[in-house]
Design a binder for this molecule. Structure first.
Ligand code: SER
Length: 318
């Protein structure tokens, strides 16, 4: 039986991944690691063990790994791209210093490690459309610098020490449970909340700016399936391109308007986020993930929009 520690379990991905892992492996086998400023609440708190695990504190990680005989760590602690530009030193400490701590604990105590990378691991010199698995990266944001460095460090720990490290490059993730905090792709989450609550949305990204996106249920499945994949089939490890849909703001607006025709969208471009978005690919080629561990997304823009709107309408009584 697996024993899992999630570091960063109360963030956008962690909140839902913790519940999905508990469903798959049993409540007592999944420890929700959190920092005191982001404590677990509700179902996450009540359904299984939770422990303070600050990724910048290697001893804390090691203590929890030993206490619960953890064999797999999902490392989800990170600052998203726009916040990381405002706090680059902290982004490095958490993104790279934290990963180093996690990998060292994993090396000493024999754990597998999953760490998300991102479309942010690419840069302006990267081929923009159907970006290949192995290509020029050279990101220009601190977020991207931590992601590329993290990919390299994770591959190093696998080759040098045999630590079972695996990773995917996530697109922008769209979800309706925990909000993302300060990313460039957040607009594609915010539009659904704004549509349901206010009927209007001010978009910080220019029309015509394409980025890859994915609905959270597909993203959760990607993490779990990759960690269960047969290692003898894995040619790559850190990190796999995965993709589900690529759209520009006017296209998600049109998809939402099909369901809520009264939605009004205006544009007020945020130069920081726009600059970051323009340095990222339009769409990724995920054929290696498909070939090496049978990755396949289920949601497209229309099916995701329907689910988001139905869920949020029910939640807000609209
Ligand atoms: N969603 C992230 C961000 O926008 C990208 O991986 O920062």
């Amino acid at each position: 039986m697996k024993n899992i520690l999630i570091i960063g379990s109360t963030g956008q991905i962690g909140t839902e991944l913790a519940m999905a892992l508990r469903k798959r492996y049993g409540n007592d086998h999944v420890v929700a690691g959190y920092i005191p400023s982001m404590p677990p609440k509700g179902e996450l708190l009540e359904s299984g063990p939770a422990e303070i695990v600050d990724i910048t504190n290697a001893q804390q990680i090691a203590d929890v790994v030993k206490k619960y005989q953890v064999d797999t760590i999902y490392n989800l602690a990170a600052l998203l791209s726009a916040v990381a530009e405002q706090k680059p030193q902290l982004a490095w400490q958490i993104g790279l210093g934290g990963l180093f701590n996690t990998l060292e604990v994993a090396r000493e105590l024999g754990c597998a490690v999953f760490t998300p990378s991102s479309i942010g691991a690419f840069g302006p010199e990267t081929p923009k459309d159907k970006t290949p698995q192995d290509t020029i990266q050279r990101p220009k944001t601190m977020y991207g610098v931590t992601k590329v460095s993290g990919e390299l460090l994770s591959d190093y720990y696998f080759k040098r020490f045999g630590v079972d490290t695996r990773s995917v490059r996530f697109p922008g993730l769209i979800s309706n449970v925990a909000p993302p905090g300060g990313g460039t792709t957040d607009y594609a989450v915010d539009i659904y909340y704004a549509a349901v609550k206010e009927g209007k949305f001010t978009c910080p990204i220019k029309p015509g700016t394409y980025m890859d996106m994915m609905y959270m249920p597909d993203a959760l499945r990607a993490c779990m399936d990759l960690m269960e994949a047969d290692p003898s089939r894995l040619v790559h490890r850190n990190s796999f391109n995965i993709a589900a849909m690529s759209f520009a703001p006017e296209e998600i607006a049109a998809a939402v308007k099909k369901l809520m025709p009264e939605l009004e969208v205006t544009y007020e471009v945020d130069p920081l986020r726009q600059g970051i978005a323009e340095s990222w690919p339009n769409s990724l080629d995920d054929s290696c993930a498909r070939a090496e561990w049978d990755w396949k997304p289920e949601y497209d823009l229309d099916s995701m929009s329907l689910d988001m709107i139905q869920t949020l309408k029910a939640r807000f009584g609209k």
